[in-house]
Every structure is written in structure tokens, then in C-alpha cells.
Ligand binder design. Structure first.
Ligand code: BGP
Length: 479
């Protein structure tokens, strides 16, 4: 559909950028912070690119003032960040660490003073290690009350100033990589446990949303889902059903429960017949239906194309590209269900991520059609090798192209009738990429941080910085 005239972005549109505590803060053992699962995992040899850790990350903990000053200079309207649970409750529960509260207190106040709307993520993957050791973290239902207690503390402390909250960041990714691919902590590969862990995370998500209503009645909360719309490789019905399987298993499985408190039927019956269904207890679905969100947070990076995957000798779990050597990722699948395949119509990044702006419009329309909820684009951006040139210049024209085309697609979707609350680019400063180290960069601000060699952590504005500044100032009319 071509619109003769595009709808403008709404007047208070949240033009922003996003980050996560472990990826920016550093100061991993400072001011009473406890040890998280990531603090531990990165110390296991071979787990991250060149053994990178977030011990220092980009030192945002000590340099947040400078970073916020840069955000203000850019004119940013919103900043999405996450709280490190281990700063607030070093052992996950029990005594509160006031020093941790103080840090976020200052961060939030500083943002507000500069007219930047804070968007607070409660959980962006850094689980207190103490809870993993004590009861297996997400593997136990005990996590529900501990996560709720921690979240309620933040609602009480910051609910008067923070109006936008993200509950869980990319539950689909942290559980998939943690419990199916074994690539994130706790490094497990167990399909049945994967579904059980997800059920607990769903309950924890619903429980905090339910509590949120009591403490922050005028706020908005939702999870951030990593949505990669499924395409079929051909019009062969066998490829179409493979893509439908992927859409249901990889997306509706999570978004249906968030929005409606129920699991999609086809997936439930599939996992049940394969002995993978989670244990449900009385009252679970009641809680799930009471804890529904105000918006769907969407982290969009790419679409995925699927084809038929035979049951016998079909493709299974395969290698992911964490080096930036183009073409080193392999197609992956579930035998008898689907298999991924390269899309010949799309360019790929050096990490083999498809570049597909139109896919964002498709994503936004599909979510709107199915759930009819407002959408916060909580992440979107391009990971690339940036080059710091002479006189501190970074010419990241490829990033400008990526973001521009995605903003255009977002405006098309708004014109289609999608209610988009805001757009957070991943990321503001460069930061640590979980498995890819500091070489995979996303920021508008270059940070001189590397695995090896000179790294004085200085901040350098990239070309995209000035470009996005103009986008914001013109409310998306100058792209
Ligand atoms: C999302 C995560 C972010 C961020 C981003 C980029 O899945 O929510 O934390 O890391 O992806 O991913 P990567 O660093 O692997 O390129």
C-alpha cells in the first residue's frame, strides 16, 4: 500500500536510544554490587569474543554525567537503560544496598533535569548469581517472588519520576541462548527445561505488571520482545507451513501469553506431544491474564526466512557468527518444523544479520493486527566495525542509511495505523556486545574501548550523532 501522504510523527514521540547495565556500566564490584550470572560466565574461557568482560565495559557508572550531557546535546527525548539487580539486592534478595539505589537515583534525576524521559528496564539478563546458585534462577518458581520484590522496590523508589518501564528484555533470547543453545549463562542445552524456565519468566513478568498497577498507576509497562518476522522461502505450501510454524513457535508463543495470558494452541499441542510442555499450577493462567502490558516493546533487527526441514536428518542447532566474519553463520532449524535459509533479496551485515527495513513495517503491522496494543520500538540498530579516523572522525554512513530506512518504514507503519510510542536506537554510546566484544559497535558515540591495545574510554561523536540530532529536532521530517 502506498500512502499519498505520510502521517507525521506524533508531537511527543519518544526519539531515544537504549542500553543495558552489564553492557555499559562496568564497576562490576563497586559500591556493594553483588556478582551476576554474567560476571561469572564471562570468566569461563572461550565463552566470549577474546574473553571480553563487562568489568569496565564503557565505564558508564563513573561517566554517566558526561554521557547524559551528550544525550542532551543531541536533544534526545528518551533514554532506555536497565537496572543491575545486583546493585539493589547484591544476593538477589534480602538486604537493600542503598549505594545501588543512589546511582540510579542520580542517573534518573540527571536525565529528568535535561528533559530526557527515562525508560527503565527491570531485567536485561544480569541475574544475581546467588539466585542461580541457590535455586537455579529462572528454573525455580522462587524467582517469581524474588523478581517481584526487587521490582516493587524500584516502583516505590522511582515510580514518581519514571513513567515508562520495560519488564523483561528479550525473554525469547535470554532463554533460547541460556537454555537451548548453551551460549549464554547458565550455558544449558535442555529443551524441556527451556519451556519450564519460560513459564516461570512469564509468571514473573505478569506478577510485576500486576504489582505495577498498585504503585505506578499513571505509568506504562510492557516487556521487550525480540521480534524477527518469519518469511517463507517460496510459495510451496511446505515452506509456507514452515514459516507459520516459526511465527507461532518463535513469536506467538511469547507475545500471546504477554498480551492474552494464553499459549497458542498449535505450539502447546506440539510441545505436549513431544513431552516438552511446562508444568502448570493452579492459578497460573489467572495470574497471566491479570498481568497484561500497556504496550508491546519490540526489539527489531531483522527478519528470518524459513523453508521445510525434513524430520529425518533435518538441520538442528548450528553455529552463530560471533566474529564478524561474513558468511560464517550456519542455517539452523528444528527437524520436522522449520529451517532457516538465506534470503537472496536482502543484504547482510558482517555478522550475517539481514538488513530489512520493510521487515520493520511488517513487524509493526503484524503485532498491531494481532494484539491491537501500542508499540514501543525499544531497540533497532546496526552493529558494525567502525573506524576511528584521523582527528577523531567516524564516518558511519552505513549506520545513517540503516536507521534512516528503518525510520521511513516506521512512518509508513504509522500511516498504516500502527500506534508507535517511541523509537530507541541501539545504542547511544558504543558498548559491550555480549558475545562479540567491543569490535561490534552500535553507538552514535564512539568509545575508545578495545579488547587489546590502547583504550582510554574517550567519547567521540560519530557522523550519525549529528544526523540523528537533526532527525529529532525536526520530529522525523528531516531524514
Ligand atoms: C539484543 C539485546 C541487546 C543487544 C542487541 C545487539 O538482543 O537486547 O542487549 O546486545 O541485541 O546484539 P549483539 O550485541 O549480539 O549484536
Amino acid at each position: 500500500m502506498i500512502h499519498k501522504k505520510l502521517k507525521p510523527f506524533p508531537p511527543h514521540f519518544l526519539w531515544g536510544a537504549a542500553s543495558a547495565a552489564y553492557q555499559v556500566e562496568g564497576a562490576w564490584d563497586v559500591d556493594g554490587k553483588g556478582v551476576s550470572n554474567w560476571d561469572k560466565f564471562v570468566r569461563i574461557p572461550g565463552k566470549t569474543f577474546k574473553g571480553t568482560t563487562g568489568d569496565v565495559a564503557v565505564d558508564h557508572y563513573h561517566r554517566y554525567k558526561e554521557d547524559i550531557q551528550l544525550m542532551a546535546e543531541m536533544g534526545m527525548k528518551a533514554y532506555r537503560f536497565s537496572v543491575a539487580w545486583t546493585r539493589i539486592f547484591p544476593s538477589g534478595r534480602g538486604e537493600i544496598n542503598e549505594k545501588g539505589i543512589e546511582f540510579y537515583e542520580h542517573l534518573i534525576n540527571d536525565l529528568k533535569a535535561k528533559g530526557i524521559e527515562p525508560i527503565l528496564t527491570l531485567y536485561h539478563w544480569d541475574l544475581p548469581q546467588a539466585l542461580q546458585d541457590e535455586y537455579g534462577g529462572w528454573e525455580s518458581r522462587e524467582i517469581i517472588s524474588d523478581f517481584t520484590r526487587y521490582s516493587v522496590e524500584l516502583f516505590k523508589r522511582f515510580g514518581d519520576r519514571v513513567k515508562y518501564w520495560v519488564s523483561l528484555n528479550e525473554q525469547n533470547i535470554f532463554t533460547m541462548l541460556g537454555y537451548r543453545l548453551g551460549a549464554h549463562p547458565p550455558g544449558v542445552m535442555d529443551d524441556k527445561l527451556f519451556y519450564q524456565v519460560n513459564h516461570h519468566a512469564n509468571l514473573a513478568n505478569a506478577s510485576v505488571i500486576k504489582e505495577f498497577r498498585k504503585y505506578v498507576p499513571d505509568g506504562k509497562i510492557g516487556p521487550s520482545f525480540a521480534y524477527s518476522p518469519a518469511y517463507a522461502r517460496t510459495s510451496n505450501p511446505k515452506d509456507i507451513i514452515a514459516a507459520e510454524n516459526a511465527e507461532e513457535l518463535n513469536s506467538h508463543w511469547w507475545m500471546d501469553i504477554y498480551a492474552w495470558g494464553r499459549y497458542p494452541k498449535a505450539v502447546w499441542n506440539y510441545i505436549e506431544s513431544n513431552g516438552l510442555a511446562p508444568q502448570i499450577e493452579e492459578g497460573d493462567f489467572e495470574l497471566l491474564s491479570q498481568g497484561t502490558p500497556d504496550f508491546m516493546g519490540v526489539n527489531y533487527y531483522q527478519t528470518t526466512t524459513y523453508e521445510e526441514n525434513p524430520l529425518n536428518n533435518g538441520a538442528g542447532i548450528a553455529k552463530i557468527n560471533t566474529t564478524g566474519e561474513k558468511g560464517t553463520s550456519e542455517d539452523t532449524g528444528i527437524p520436522g518444523v522449520f529451517k532457516t535459509v538465506e534470503n537472496p533479496h536482502l543484504e547482510r551485515t558482517d555478522w550475517d544479520w539481514n538488513i530489512d527495513p520493510l521487515g520493520l513495517r511488517i513487524a509493526l503491522r503484524r503485532i498491531t493486527n494481532r494484539y491491537n496494543l501500542p508499540i514501543l520500538i525499544s531497540e533497532n540498530g546496526l552493529g558494525a566495525f567502525d573506524k576511528l579516523e584521523k582527528d577523531d572522525v567516524v564516518n558511519d554512513n552505513y549506520r545513517i542509511d540503516y536507521i534512516r530506512t528503518h525510520i521511513e518504514a516506521m512512518q509508513e507503519a504509522i500511516s498504516d495505523g500502527v500506534d508507535v510510542l517511541g523509537y530507541c536506537v541501539w545504542s547511544f554510546t558504543d558498548l559491550l556486545s555480549w558475545l562479540n566484544g567491543f569490535q561490534k559497535r552500535y553507538g552514535f558515540v564512539y568509545v575508545n574501548q578495545h579488547e587489546e591495545g590502547e583504550h582510554d574510554l574517550r567519547r567521540v561523536k560519530k557522523k550519525s550523532f549529528d544526523w540523528y540530532k537533526k532527525v529529532i529536532a525536526s520530529n522525523g521530517t528531516v531524514l
